[in-house]
Design a protein. Structure first.
Lengths: 109, 634, 167
């Protein structure tokens, strides 16, 4: 498949994630949208890895493997992030009894 | 001799510095001693100089270059000749008497103000001496401004009274108008001749065109108008009576106001070459003389009468200058200094006795309470009225005779003015000293003759007023007119007394007769029943000084005030302040709006982040287009 | 159009549709479920690209562990349609428009890029996505990052416990 398709697909998912961050106020949904954006990037990384593999397979059969390794590490980081992030959200809910990010504008004052 | 000249102005300067700087710590008697002593020292040096000049003639003493720019060199030089040495004597002599008088007159002042007063007075004498001694127009101008400043300071001496401050300001501003003329004249001389020293200027008058001479002389005359209170710049002088009376005597009668006469007499070489300027001087002079005399008739403030009388007499002097009788004018300056200082000091003595009451309608019958003041004042009145053999007669007669040569009309007005002068002076005398006392009992109880520090100057001045004219007894009366001979090296005298003696006798007779009639009429009219009511009809116009002040207010002061108010309210407030405040308000407003962006809502921040990314990527994509656009257009 | 293409388009449509549904769902639980659908679609893409290991890991870690964690938190807080905070319409519109702008700009960027004009991503072929190759690379060249990531996990775990602890 032409690489553009994958890029555009990944961009679409990423932008949907961005829009989600912008329009939703629920902290958990925003968090989910961030996960969505991460996944869009993962998809793109895999696609690029395969693109490199296709281009350089003649000289190096394993060209592009680092891309997929990167995705692996991103998943690791995402899992860690989710555990801490959700803990923070639970904490926040415990304090303000809401998951609305607009309640968290106390820095203003 | 030359090593003495600088001492003349130096003594008053030292006196000024000591009294000015140490006024808080010195005692009153010490202040008076320093102030008067400085002037006395100056007077003694002046006497030495005078006799030296008399035997050896004048000279110019140069000290250093005051201004040295390119081709223009203005030396700081003193010119001691017949004219300036005579003025030196008048200034320091009368100045000393008035200092002496002041030491008693001002004794009620606090120590600090007493010192301030003498400091100002010494500074004035210093400036006046500088004015007279200066060997070029620039040095004269320094003194000219100095006396203006001192006049301002002394008119507003009692600065707690706002009216006095206004009077001081008025005097200063009026003088500035005249000073502008003087300055322009100096510039003109520099532009045309490249020098300002009297000797060089007078030696090279032939290089000047008639137009130049006329312009310079008229501009100089404008300066003299301001300083010597001539129409149209005279209105400050009557208001200047706000100052202490000795100040009025010294500055606003005897010395400073004659600076204009001195300047024109000094520049007589130029004036003799410009008929237009001479006519102008004569006409303004006689008009002022008559005009001020009419006003003086209806004034009820003892000092105001004397002030208008001063303006009138100054007009006489300008008449003399205008008709070429420079000697006569200088002669009149001298005699006028004697009797006007005498009159003012006498008035001061009266005011002192009356506890600062100046309205003559509340006086009367002071003859028996103030015998010395009365006698001396009477002498002054006779002298100013021009009764022989008192000093005023000789000087006034000389001017009138010269005016007659020039034009009988001028003479006629002059004689009429002389009659008016006699009339209002004796109206003043009769209302003040004759009749019965009209003040309060309290005032009557406290009436007393002034202390000797005040009466001695009065007596000295009275003697001078009587005898002062003898230095200028004309040939027709069997004299030699020694003053004329003395001054002849520095004053051109085109008017020769060619007229037959019978005419001169006739002229003298007429003027004396008119004066005597006026005196008798005034004494008769006012000694028994003085006019106590406010004047009505034409008298009211005179009492209100022809409404000249109101006229000036309406045509000059108010439009200027309105213009100032316009600039202040519209240009300044709305325009300049509007711009400045507008910028401030814009910043405040925009920052208030921008503040809303910092709302603490994460969503908003992210939104802007996204928008910024969009913009940046857009620019990145189109960078070629954008950069070519900028490089093409900027 | 081969099976690969059909699958590609189908999975792409599913991913985008599901992603949009994540946004528009009122209930957080529905959002989670639609997000799981997105992850499954992306895993499908991985399989198309012959990256089986990542596909499996994606399903296990994301669709499984992470999303269960989300679901667990949502249920713990008893979030539903009624408690869902709503932004006003203008804010939503602004968000959509700016996101759309970003997409358009990025796509136009991609369309301009000449380096990737004729590049293709290898589908159904190649063995770099196989667990054997990945494992060898990971444990030979990337052993240190791997160990560091395990430390990261440990610290994240401790952090989550500390933060979530009721004090």
């Amino acid at each position: 498949m032409p690489i553009q398709y994958y890029i555009i697909l990944a961009l679409a998912l990423f932008c949907i994630g961005v829009v989600g961050v912008l329009v939703r106020r629920n902290a958990i949904i925003i968090f989910m949208c961030i996960e969505l954006m991460l996944n869009a990037v993962n998809l793109l990384l895999v696609a690029f890895s395969k693109m490199h593999n296709a281009a350089l397979a003649a000289t190096n059969a394993q060209a592009g493997v680092e891309g997929q390794l990167f995705v692996f590490f991103i998943m690791v980081v995402a899992a860690a992030e989710v555990s801490v992030g959700l803990a923070i959200i639970v904490m926040m809910y415990r304090n303000v009894h809401s998951v609305d990010v607009n309640f968290l504008n106390r820095l203003k004052n | 001799m030359s090593n003495l000249v600088y001492l003349v102005p130096l003594f008053p300067l030292i006196g000024f510095l000591i009294n000015g700087l140490l006024r808080k710590s010195l005692s009153k008697s010490l202040i008076a001693l320093i102030g008067s002593g400085a002037i006395l020292a100056s007077f003694i040096v002046s006497l030495v100089l005078f006799f030296n000049v008399k035997s050896h003639g004048g000279e110019v003493v140069s000290y250093f270059n005051f201004i040295n720019v390119n081709k223009l060199v203005v030396p700081f030089a003193f010119q001691v000749d017949q004219l300036s040495s005579l003025f030196l004597l008048i200034i320091t002599g009368i100045g000393f008497l008035i200092h002496l008088y002041s030491s008693a007159y001002m004794h009620e002042e606090e120590n600090e103000h007493y010192g301030r007063y003498f400091a100002y007075l010494n500074l004035f004498v210093f400036s006046m001496l500088l004015l007279v001694l200066g060997a070029n127009y620039v040095i004269m101008f320094i003194g000219w401004e100095g006396v203006g400043l001192c006049s301002y300071l002394l008119i507003g001496f009692w600065f707690k009274n706002n009216n006095y401050n206004y009077a001081a300001k008025k005097a200063f501003v009026m003088n500035r108008i005249g000073d502008l003329g003087f300055l322009l004249a100096i510039f003109w001389i520099i532009a045309k001749l490249g020098t300002v020293s009297y000797g060089d200027v007078f030696a090279s008058v032939s290089k000047l065109t008639p137009t130049d001479i006329t312009t310079i002389t008229i501009l100089l005359f404008v300066g003299a108008m301001g300083k010597s209170a001539q129409i149209p710049l005279y209105t400050w002088l009557p208001d200047a009576m706000a100052g202490p009376t000795p100040v009025s005597a010294l500055i606003h009668a005897a010395t400073m106001v004659t600076a204009g006469i001195y300047m024109i007499a000094r520049s007589n070489v130029l004036y003799s070459l410009s008929e237009v300027a001479q006519h102008l001087v004569a006409v303004i002079g006689i008009a002022t003389a008559l005009f001020a005399a009419t006003i003086a008739i209806k004034q009820n403030d003892i000092k105001k009468v004397l002030a208008y009388s001063t303006v009138s007499q100054l007009g006489y002097m300008f008449l003399g200058l205008g008709v070429g009788a420079y000697t006569g004018a200088v002669f009149h300056v001298m005699t006028h200094a004697f009797f006007k200082a005498l009159l003012f000091l006498g008035a001061g003595s009266v005011i002192h006795a009356m506890h600062h009451e100046q309205d003559i309608r509340k006086m009367g019958g002071l003859k028996k309470y103030l015998p010395i003041t009365h006698i001396t004042f009477l002498i002054g009145c006779i002298a100013i009225s021009g009764i022989p053999p008192f000093s005023g007669f000789f000087s006034k007669d000389e001017i009138l005779a010269a005016a007659y040569e020039h034009s009988p009309v001028l003479w006629g007005i002059g004689v009429a003015t002389a009659g008016l002068t006699a009339f209002y002076m004796f109206r003043l005398y009769a209302t003040t000293f004759l009749g019965t006392f009209r003040g309060t009992h309290n005032q009557e109880y406290h009436l007393h003759e002034s202390p000797s520090a005040m009466t001695i100057p009065l007596i000295v001045l009275a003697v001078l007023s009587v005898l002062g004219g003898l230095v200028g007894v004309p040939e027709v009366l069997g004299g030699h007119h020694e003053l004329h001979q003395f001054l002849s090296p520095v004053l051109t005298s085109e008017v020769k007394h060619e007229s037959v003696h019978s005419t001169e006798y006739m002229l003298m007779g007429v003027s004396v007769a008119i004066a005597v009639i006026a005196i008798l009429f005034a004494i008769n009219k006012f000694s028994k029943k003085p006019e106590l009511r406010d004047a009505d009809g034409f008298g009211k116009v005179l009492e209100n000084k022809w409404y000249v002040d109101e006229l000036y207010d309406n045509i000059i002061v108010n439009p200027l005030n309105n213009l100032g108010a316009f600039f202040k309210n519209i240009i300044e407030r709305k325009g300049i302040d509007g711009i400045v405040n507008g910028v401030g308000r814009l910043v405040t407003y925009s920052s208030r709006q921008l503040r809303l962006l910092q709302n603490g809502l994460v969503g908003g921040y992210i939104l802007f982040m996204v928008l910024a990314i969009v913009v940046l990527i857009f620019i990145w994509i189109n960078d070629n287009f954008i950069f070519s656009f900028f490089s093409k257009h900027f | 159009m081969g099976v690969t293409q059909i699958l590609f388009w189908f999975l792409s449509a599913l991913a985008i549709f599901s992603a949009v549904m994540v946004l528009v769902s009122k209930s957080p639980v529905h959002s989670v479920l639609w997000l799981i659908a997105v992850f499954f679609a992306i895993s499908g893409h991985y399989i198309l690209l012959n990256a089986q290991f990542l596909a499996i890991v994606n399903i296990i870690v994301y669709a499984g562990a992470i999303m269960v964690l989300f679901l667990f938190v949502i249920m713990l807080m008893n979030l539903n349609k009624e408690t869902e905070p709503q932004k006003n319409l203008w804010m939503k519109l602004t968000g959509v428009v700016s996101g759309g702008c970003l997409l358009i700009v990025l796509i136009s960027l991609v369309r301009q890029a000449t380096e990737i004009k004729d590049k293709i991503a290898l589908t159904n072929k190649g063995d770099i996505g196989l667990i054997k190759v990945l494992g060898k690379t990971l444990f030979s060249g990337y052993i240190v990052p791997f160990e560091i990531s395990s430390v990261l996990f440990l610290s994240a775990m401790i952090g989550a416990v500390v933060i979530g602890k009721k004090d």
